[in-house]
Design a protein around this ligand. Structure first.
Ligand code: PEP
Length: 249
């Protein structure tokens, strides 16, 4: 099992408007959150500044993406320097929607992670297999290739949280069973020990994502190598997200 603090992230994706975002911020400000948990939310870019200015400092703020290098003539992109300037602490990289809908490659995601880390952001580094890859018995192979692309690029692992998110479980309501998740988390931890260091293996948080909700988080949290969650849909409701945070064991 890992030695890191329990970590729960909320990925708001491209959801919400000014009104619903301020309602969610109010719910989160009012929520009672267990102390021993790192809590992070990732609003859409356009709401980052207002969330940073209104959300309790108890919760840290993440972007959902960042540009692969120094800012400049890259229409529509946001640079790591700009995120730092705003006060953003984290960035989600390698999310399956960016891999499989937008077409980002392992190598590009590795480069983005290195750039973000070198510019003072912490990274929620996502990995995970497609349904057909799981059915073909390729789950660990795919996850290890994705991990290697991060490992080949990043300067170190102390500011990285790994999110294992099987693609078939994201936004589908089909959650991995606690055993299925634990099995892959243990493989990831072993991969870190074999390919990075004993320290990275024990200290890196490995969180699970894929249809986590207020009703299933407690059981998932009992698994030895599950160090927290990355939550999509259920992070849009403050009380449900607080329940997930408080499922720390
Ligand atoms: C996610 O996109 O990171 C995610 C886990 O989504 P959901 O919780 O909605 O499956």
């Amino acid at each position: 099992a890992g030695t890191g603090k329990f970590f729960v992230g909320g990925n708001w994706k491209a959801n919400g408007n000014k009104e619903s975002v301020s309602k969610l911020v109010k719910e989160l400000n009012d929520a009672k959150l267990e102390e021993d948990v790192d809590v992070v939310v990732a609003p859409p870019y356009i709401y980052l500044d207002s969330v940073l200015n209104t959300l309790t400092k108890r919760i840290e703020v993440s972007a959902q993406n960042s540009w692969v290098g120094k800012g400049g003539a890259f229409t529509g992109e946001i640079s790591a320097e700009q995120l730092k300037d705003l006060g953003v602490q984290w960035v989600i990289l390698g999310h399956s929607e960016r891999r499989h809908v937008i077409g980002e490659t392992n190598e590009f995601i590795g480069k983005k992670s290195a750039y973000a880390l070198n510019n003072g952001l912490k990274v929620i580094a996502c990995i995970g297999e497609l349904l057909e890859e799981r059915e073909a018995g390729k789950t660990t192979q795919v996850c290890f290739e994705q991990l290697k692309a991060y490992a080949d690029a990043v300067p170190g692992w102390k500011d990285i949280v790994i999110a294992y998110e099987p693609v078939w479980a994201i936004g589908t309501g089909k959650v991995a069973s606690p055993q299925q998740a634990q099995e892959v988390h243990a493989e990831i931890r072993k991969w870190l020990a074999d390919n990075v260091s004993a320290e990275a293996s024990s200290q890196t948080r490995i969180i699970y994502g894929g249809s986590v909700n207020a009703a299933n988080s407690a059981e998932l949290a009992t698994q030895e190598d599950i160090d927290g969650f990355l939550v999509g849909g259920a992070s849009l409701k403050g009380p449900d997200f607080a329940t997930i945070v408080n499922s720390v064991t």
